[in-house]
Ligand binder design. Structure first.
Ligand SMILES: [Zn+2]
Length: 451
C-alpha cells in the first residue's frame, strides 16, 4: 500500500511538471544551501547599519544593492524615485524615576517612530497604568497631567504570534492619541515582544492633528514589569523622560528594482520582494534585510544555474514600509499605468526563519492551481499554501492575479522585531537559505506555469 501511494505521488508530480522543472528545483535548493550567498550579503548589508528612510545608511544600502544587482548580471537595474518621511531619533533617550523611593533609577527607553521630542528638562509626571483604551476611558479623569503607561503584553497563549502582535499593537499606533485626548503629557508602553529582556521594541506611532502631540516611547519588557510593581507600591512615583526625536521635511529616496528578462513573455512579471528600510535599532536583519536578500538571490540562483525563465522575474526592494509605505504606494501607481502584466507578486516580511508556507490573496481557483505546486515546494520545507494576507507593499499592485506572502516559522520573530536584537547573528544561515530556495522555486513555477 505504501509503495502504491508513493508510486501515485511520483506519477502525479512528474505528470504535472516537466523533468527540467523537477531537476532545476532540486538544483536551486542544493545551490542555495551550499553557497549561502544571500547570507553573506546580509553580513555586508548589516555592516552598513540600520536603514531608516532618509538616513545616510539607507542611501548607502541602496547604492550597495544597485551594485550587487549589477554584479550578479541582472538584465536591468533602476531606481524608482519616491518621497519619504524623515524622522530622526537623535542621541538623547533617557527615562528615570525622579520622585519616589527608587529616585534616580533609570529605565530602558526608546522613542516610538514619529514621536516628538522633549525640551532639555524633559517631561516629569506621575504615571497611570492601563491595559487598554476602554480602561483609559473609564478612568479618564485620572489621566490629566500624567504619563499614561500602556502595559498589555502580547497574548502568550496564542500560537500564531502575528495574531498576538495584532492584539497589542493598537497601544503603539494609537496610544499617544488616546492618552492626549484625556490630557496626558506623555505616553510609554510595554514593548511588544516575545523576548523578555530589556531592549525596547519600537515601531511607528500616529498623532491626531486636532489633539496635542505628546512624546511617546517604548520601555524594555523587564522595566515595564518593574514600573507596574513600583507604582502599585508607591503611587507618588514620578518619571522624567527626555527624548531628542524630531521629524524633518519629506526627502527623496528610491525603490531598487531589477529584472531577469523572460524568454517567452518578457512583459509578464513575477515579483519577488521585501522592504529595504528598517528601524534604526539593530540592523534590521530579520526585518527586512534577510528577506530582501532572499528576493535578490532568486535571480542570482537562476543565473548561476543557467535556468532561463519564460516570464520576467523582477526583484523589488521597497523603501519606507516602516513609516509611510511610500515605496509600495509608488510601485502600485507604476503597476496601474504600465503595459506590463503583473502575474504574481511575492513579498517576504515575516523574518528569515524555517519555511512553513505561503499565504495567498487570490481567488480560490488560483490558490488551487498554486497548491498543485506543493509536491515540488515540499522539498524546500513548504508544507502549505492557503488563503491569507500577503504583504503591505505588494497590496498596492491591484492588477496582479496573486499576491503572495512568504510565511516562515513565526515563533521567534518578535524576539527581534524593531529592536536592538535584530542583528546579523539573529539570522540562521540554513533557515534563511532554505527560505531563499522556497521563494525561488515558487517564482520559477509561477514563471513557467503562469496563473
Ligand atoms: Zn518589516
Amino acid at each position: 500500500m505504501r509503495f502504491l501511494v508513493f508510486y501515485i505521488f511520483l506519477t502525479f508530480s512528474s505528470s504535472l511538471f516537466s523533468q527540467s522543472i523537477i531537476d532545476n528545483s532540486a538544483k536551486i535548493i542544493r545551490s542555495s544551501l551550499e553557497e549561502s550567498k544571500g547570507y553573506e550579503w546580509l553580513r555586508e548589508l548589516c555592516e552598513i547599519g540600520p536603514r531608516l528612510s532618509g538616513s545616510e545608511e539607507s542611501y548607502k544600502a541602496i547604492e550597495w544593492a544597485v551594485e550587487k544587482m549589477k554584479s550578479i548580471g541582472y538584465d536591468t537595474v533602476w531606481l524608482q524615485p519616491v518621497m519619504v518621511p524623515k524622522w530622526v531619533r537623535g542621541n538623547r533617550e533617557e527615562c528615570s524615576v525622579s520622585e519616589g523611593t527608587d529616585k534616580g533609577k533609570t529605565l530602558s527607553i526608546n522613542a516610538l517612530g514619529g514621536s516628538i521630542g522633549t525640551d532639555d528638562a524633559g517631561i516629569t509626571a506621575p504615571v497611570m497604568e492601563v491595559r487598554n483604551f476602554a480602561e483609559l476611558e473609564n478612568r479618564k479623569e485620572e489621566a490629566k497631567g500624567k504619563i499614561v503607561f500602556f502595559s498589555r503584553p502580547m497574548d502568550k497563549g496564542l500560537v500564531p504570534t502575528f495574531t498576538a502582535y495584532g492584539g497589542a499593537v493598537d497601544q503603539r499606533s494609537r496610544g499617544a492619541i488616546e492618552a492626549a485626548r484625556y490630557g496626558a503629557v506623555g505616553m510609554v508602553m510595554r514593548s511588544i515582544t516575545t523576548k523578555y529582556d530589556n531592549n525596547p521594541h519600537v515601531g511607528q506611532m500616529r498623532y491626531n492633528d486636532s489633539l496635542p502631540k505628546i512624546p511617546a516611547a517604548a520601555l524594555g519588557y523587564l522595566d515595564s514589569d518593574y514600573l507596574s510593581e513600583a507604582i502599585k507600591k508607591d503611587p507618588s512615583l514620578k518619571l522624567n523622560i527626555k527624548l531628542s526625536a524630531r521629524s524633518y521635511p519629506d526627502t527623496l529616496s528610491y525603490n531598487v528594482i531589477g529584472d531577469l528578462k523572460g524568454s517567452d513573455f518578457p512583459d509578464e512579471i513575477v515579483i519577488v520582494s521585501g522592504h529595504f528600510d528598517s528601524w534604526d535599532l539593530g540592523c534590521g536583519a530579520h526585518d527586512d534585510g534577510a528577506p530582501c536578500l532572499q528576493a535578490m538571490e532568486v535571480i542570482d540562483l537562476l543565473k548561476r544555474l543557467n535556468i532561463s525563465t519564460k516570464r520576467t522575474i523582477r526583484c523589488i526592494l521597497y523603501i519606507n514600509e516602516e513609516n509611510g509605505v511610500m515605496g509600495g504606494r509608488e510601485y502600485g501607481r507604476y503597476a496601474d499605468t504600465t503595459s506590463e502584466k503583473h502575474v504574481a507578486a511575492i513579498e517576504s516580511d515575516r523574518g528569515a526563519f524555517t519555511p512553513l508556507g505561503f499565504t495567498v490573496d487570490a481567488d480560490s481557483l488560483i490558490i488551487k492551481k498554486m497548491q498543485s505546486f506543493l509536491p515540488i515546494l515540499e522539498s524546500a520545507s513548504i508544507n502549505w499554501i492557503k488563503k491569507g494576507g500577503s504583504g503591505v507593499d505588494i497590496s498596492f499592485i491591484k492588477t496582479a492575479k496573486a499576491l503572495i506572502g512568504y510565511y516562515p516559522d513565526p515563533q521567534r520573530y518578535f524576539d527581534f522585531h524593531h529592536s536592538a536584537n535584530d542583528t546579523f547573528d539573529a539570522v540562521h544561515p540554513r533557515e534563511m537559505q532554505l527560505g531563499t530556495a522556497a521563494i525561488a522555486i515558487l517564482a520559477y513555477l509561477l514563471s513557467e506555469e503562469g496563473l
